[in-house]
Design a protein around this ligand. Structure first.
Ligand code: TNX
Length: 757
């Protein structure tokens, strides 16, 4: 169109003199008409989740413009109308009055009881868009689909670029979800996210038609819900720090930090979510994962001396099963929370309990005897069933992680959240429980997305494609009854490795969109390539406008035959690179063709979406560092779980964990057989390649003669390497010492091999 107008103007310039005045006017009018036509954007149809059917009818487009009104009948759809109005006002010049009488230019919101509860139909006709839903929920989802047709800026907070009109092709969309339960889980204990972020997160869930938010409110690293009867839970249990009862963990640092939601805040959030068709399922994680309670009310623990660690190296974080007062306290807590959360499901955790303390607790052992139990896991079942009973008193159905099916039967209606494997989900379904499929290997968004990115990897490296491939039902030969028990998928984001909300954004987006399609679309209708096309064609722009710091896929980089080659995930991304090992910025050189070099280790590449960068990476098929491996001996006053000689095999994959907390006065000393000539010596602590369980306070020092030491750096936190310290000797080095001079986070710490270059 632009070209047409341009040619017309040029042609006219040549013939202008010869035209009559009347013709001049007509032509100018035509040009203006064409120009303004061109300036009206067209609706985006790359919708996520992809609607079940979308049929274009043809003919003249419908226009939404500043004169369009929103028509609703009676008191129905009042919230929906206001919600739609606020977004339209954000994007268009216009008022979008809400009316109840007929108008020609309108968006009409209606209920058609013949449609599925969350189903809707959008009819785009000449002057009007009609959204009909089975209930107001369906209408709300119709509105979400319509919003996705608008320019991406509709989602931008206080958008300042308003359009006059939008052309929407005539069409009919018929849509409804595959699963009634479509959930997203967020851990706010390991890292606290304030209410403002929770609102923003809920908005995104609504945009992508996810209808359950599983709020993981308590864990070892913080109790986040105000309980009036037990104020210490949040006064003390919501704050970590060197001088708090709850100690630093997962790089939370020395300073007091944390937070919680007041009951008033929770009420507002729950209401906000409910308006957007989102049910909030609260979780208090019991009987394990309870360090935050244990440090504030230590009497809840078994009265024993021994330390028993959880898989996350948290000692003594399990409630005593026998102690009757514990159930009274839990009932008090549940009673307050049942008021705050209208959700039918109330989640009590139940995962990863180290039952060793029960084995040693005389009272728990007496209880086992009294009840005729032979296995300690039956105590867990006893605890869980007590909670089922309490919850049912408050009208709630219990939800719990898949361990709750171990050790004995439960009420059939109890909802199991399967996480460990698809098979665990199927086991639960076969036991007759409604089951939510949050299978870690696909649905844990805290996993790494490729080898050199941040994140956990105990459930594997989980790419977007892998997540998208998840089918909650799978090929398990389920009966019809069993199939019905699969409630739907849930994405999960644990937050121990995500210290700030930007990292949550990175892990969750765009995977949340994959979750959205898994929950909404029929399995046979899903196609990864088409999903990716819609992501790049439309959805990234939307996530950008929503201001989520989503993941930009890093480039694939290989070094072959003397050439460095980089490939982006999609053509709309640009690749930039540096030649000095630094992370590329938006100003770095653009990558256009393979780079000939004999020093590939020095190059770093990153992809860019607008001003957003991926992580920087070097060639993935070569070693980027050539660490020296001198013959070395090591000694320390600290006891280690593993053989300390692992620290001098110079294999970064074999490292050691301290068998106790480290503190002032602890040291590790490395002595080289021959003095080593090098430019730098570094020590990274914590898990290799995962910035947690590191040593917080201390420094590295080095000696040329094995007796006199020079100070190197203190440990500083790095998001890839964890707490690390380097030194830069000027002569060959005889020995290196790690000197610890203050408290550390966690009860154990990882120590890695020296990195000598
Ligand atoms: C396992 S899954 C846990 C969480 C961790 C998560 C990390 C589950 C029910 N428990 O406590 O945060 O792994 O991926």
């Amino acid at each position: 169109m632009k070209l047409l107008v341009f040619i017309l103007i040029i042609a006219l310039l040549f013939r202008w003199e010869k035209l009559s005045t009347a013709r001049k006017f007509i032509l100018i009018f035509i040009i203006i008409l064409l120009w303004s036509y061109k300036n009206v954007p067209t609706a985006n149809l790359d919708i996520v989740p992809k609607p079940q059917t979308m049929e274009l009818v043809g003919g003249r487009d419908c226009r939404i413009n500043s004169k369009t009104v929103i028509e609703v009948k009676d008191s129905v759809n009042q919230f929906n109308a206001k919600y739609l109005q606020s977004y339209l006002r954000n994007e268009f010049e216009g008022d979008f009055k809400i009316v109840d009488e007929k108008d020609k230019n309108k968006i009409e919101l209606l209920i058609d009881e013949n449609l599925a509860e969350e189903g809707y139909i959008i009819d785009v006709m000449r002057g009007c868009v009609r959204i009909e839903g089975g209930t107001e929920k369906g209408v709300f989802y119709g509105i979400q689909t319509l919003l996705q047709m608008l320019p991406a800026d509709v989602y931008k907070k206080d958008n300042d670029k308003r359009i006059r009109a939008l052309r929407v092709p005539k069409m009919t969309i018929e849509d409804s979800p595959r699963f009634a339960y479509r959930g997203m889980h967020l851990d706010v204990s390991r890292t606290f996210f304030d209410a403002e972020y929770i609102y923003k997160f809920i908005d995104a869930l609504a945009y992508y038609k996810i209808n359950n938010f599983h709020w993981h409110l308590t864990d070892d690293q913080g109790w986040r819900v105000e309980i009036k009867k037990y104020p210490k839970l949040t006064e003390m249990g919501a704050w970590r720090g060197a001088y708090e009862v709850l100690k630093p963990a997962y790089a939370s640092g020395m300073e007091r930090n944390g937070g919680y939601y007041t009951q008033e805040e929770i009420k507002s959030i729950v209401k906000y979510a409910a308006d957007r068709n989102i049910n909030i399922i609260p979780e208090i994680d019991l009987p394990g994962h309870s360090k935050a309670v244990a440090v504030t009310y230590p009497e809840i623990l078994c009265d024993i001396d021994a330390k028993h660690y959880s898989v996350q190296w948290e000692s003594n974080n399990v409630w005593c099963v026998e102690r009757e007062e514990n159930y009274a306290m839990l009932e008090d807590i549940i009673a307050e929370m049942a008021e705050l959360f209208p959700s039918k499901i109330f989640h009590i955790g139940g995962d990863e309990v180290n039952m060793d303390s029960w084995k040693e607790c005389p009272k728990c052992q007496a209880l086992m005897k009294e009840k005729g139990m032979t296995e300690v896991v039956e105590l867990q079942n006893y605890f869980v069933r007590r909670l089922e009973n309490i919850l049912s008193k408050y009208g709630k159905t219990m939800g719990g992680w898949d361990e709750i099916i171990d050790g004995g039967a439960l009420r059939p209606e109890t909802v199991v959240y399967a996480w460990a494997s698809p098979e665990r989900g199927i086991e639960s379904v076969r036991q007759g429980h409604p089951t939510v499929m949050q299978i870690a290997q696909y649905m844990y968004f805290d996993m790494k997305q490729s080898k050199d990115e941040r994140g956990l990897q105990w459930a594997g490296v989980t790419s977007l494609e892998k997540a998208y491939s998840f089918d909650p039902i799978g090929n398990f030969d389920l009966t019809e009854e069993e199939t019905k028990l699969v409630m739907g998928p849930q994405g999960g984001c644990w937050a121990e490795c995500l210290q700030v909300k930007d990292y949550v954004d990175y892990q969750v987006f765009p995977k949340l969109l994959a979750l959205s399609e898994i929950g909404w679309c029929e399995q046979g209708e899903r196609d990864y390539e088409d999903f990716q096309r819609r992501l790049y064609g439309a959805q990234y722009a939307r996530l950008y406008a929503m201001d989520f710091k989503f993941r930009v896929a890093p480039p694939e980089v290989v070094y072959q035959d003397g050439l460095l080659m980089a490939k982006a995930d999609n053509d709309i991304l640009t690749i930039r690179y540096t030649e000095d090992g630094a992370a590329p910025t938006i100003k770095s050189e653009k990558y256009r063709k393979p780079i000939k070099t004999q020093e590939p280790e020095k190059y770093r590449f990153a992809t860019f979406y607008k001003d957003r960068s991926s992580i920087a990476r070097g060639a993935q098929n070569i070693e980027l560092h050539h660490y020296l491996k001198p013959s070395t001996t090591v000694e320390s006053n600290i006891p280690f779980f593993e053989d300390i000689n692992r620290l001098v095999d110079y294999d970064l994959n074999t490292y050691c964990f301290t068998a106790r907390e480290v503190g002032d006065g602890d040291y590790i000393k490395f002595t080289f057989a021959e003095p080593v000539e090098c430019q730098s010596i570094g020590m990274c602590t914590g898990y290799y390649n995962l910035a947690v369980y590191g040593i917080m306070n201390g420094y590295i020092e080095y000696s040329y003669d094995g007796e006199n030491y020079h100070r190197g750096e203190r440990f500083v936190y790095d998001i890839f390497d964890g707490y690390r310290a380097y030194c830069h000797p000027e002569k060959p080095v005889k020995s290196v010492r790690i000197v610890i001079d203050g408290i550390s986070e966690h009860e154990v710490n990882g120590v890695q091999d020296l990195r000598i270059e």
